[in-house]
Ligand binder design. Sequence first.
Ligand code: AMP
Ligand code: MG
Length: 506
Amino acid sequence: MQTPDLPLFRFDNTYARERGPGFFVPWKPAAVSAPRLLFLNRPLAEELGLDPDALQGEAGAAIFAGTQVPEGAEPLAQAYGGHQFGGFSPQLGDGRALLLGEVIDRHGRRRDIAFKGSGRTPFSRGGDGKAAVGPMLREVLVGEGMHALGIPTTRALAVAATGEQVVRERILPGAVLARVASSHLRVGTFQFFAARGEHDKLRQLADYAIARHDPDLAGAPERYLSLLGRVAQRQAALIAQWMNVGFIHGVMNTDNMTLSGETIDYGPCAFMEAYDPRAVFSSIDAKGRYAYGNQPAVAQWNIARLAEALLPLMVVDEGEEAANEAIEAATEVIRAFPALFQAFLLRGQRDKLGLGDGRAADAEADTALAKDWLALLQTQHVDFTLGWRRLADVAAGDEAPLRALFADPQALDGWLARWRERCASEGGMAAEERAARMRRVNPWIIPRNHRVEEALEAASEHDDLGPFERLLDALRAPYEEKPEHAMYAQPAPAAVTACYQTFCGT
Ligand code: AMP
Ligand code: MG
């Protein structure tokens, strides 16, 4: 147990200390009427070197609702800008969020702890600075689900109800989320300073990002170009992982793209059920800009915006020639993105297909094999997650569960023959071993939209956290087929999915 005279958090706040005026505004969370802890992520608390017992109950409620600023925290609202649905806003910033501070976790990694829904700030514009219980618990479910799937993500440390009302289309109970991130630096943070022509601050920011995420680049002459390349790498890897689990972020604005390569901001996100690259669920994305199949192209577009922002730092000499060289080098990173993404995607697809690392294999043939599989899922309206999962059963010798997902199972025959031949070409691996490997990468459980909604509704409308807790339990073991989790593996009825919409900024 924590002794009362020791601070609960050992903060070490580099952003507050090293980045000066212009980068943020020191700010306090709003006081709230009735703090109550709804969720504490005990394993994450332990990972952060915190004492979960000391944070449970009233003490945790007061801290995580924002009423009691913990010792050592230096809360601040970060400045950033960004492109939202293609249009540039020079100033967005933490309108309902605050960075509380940074801690070093058990593995020696620096992690931000931030609030979302902690009240108005100088960046709030017309907003109320608040968040509601449902959307904050959604961040828990989807974020923990993504984490269990091995996908880089910010994570929820806690959710506290505030006792306040939040006015949206309806009146909703208010909440504050405590979110952990390897940093909150976004493409939009760079755009903020670039748009103002504040190149000194831009350089300070870029050097800060390098110190934090790519310390091996510190001091190197071409470090800003290298930073761009690293972010492109991390984002290509991340989006490939999204694509391979059917995740649709829903609002890939440049202020929602991290330098760290972690998924951030679970707003109008959703998981695809029947495979369809055009899938889009967000109510504000009428044109499908952020549809499932557009995500790699949007990521590249966002990387181009980061390149533009960093460009002034990449020009190492006076004169037109140096400027052109910088533009050429940055353009090359942007141009290389699709191939980089495709390489990460194929690596993931090979794993999902139960194939080896493919060093000796034909990338084009394997790409076609994966593509044709996806085309089959699409024409047959097969659930993306279950389709992959049941392919592992085929590897183990049982075709029936996969065939049952197809309206016309015969459509599978030609493709299965090709896949078997490709598996055989690797030789050596026993059927059960291949099946086991496939089951380690093809989840049985994902955060299905209807189950997430159900859990959030029970919590928000009826103050019943049971469904939320049970779903969270299931999401934390996505690769295990436990009979008690069967309800979470089932797709929603097609009619439900057809009408499903997600909402932004709620
Ligand atoms: P998001 O869509 O959550 O990524 O937020 C985009 C921008 O809108 C950020 O600058 C947020 O701080 C701001 N924002 C979203 N919701 C609110 C709110 N309720 N009050 C104030 N600002 C908000
Ligand atoms: Mg955001």
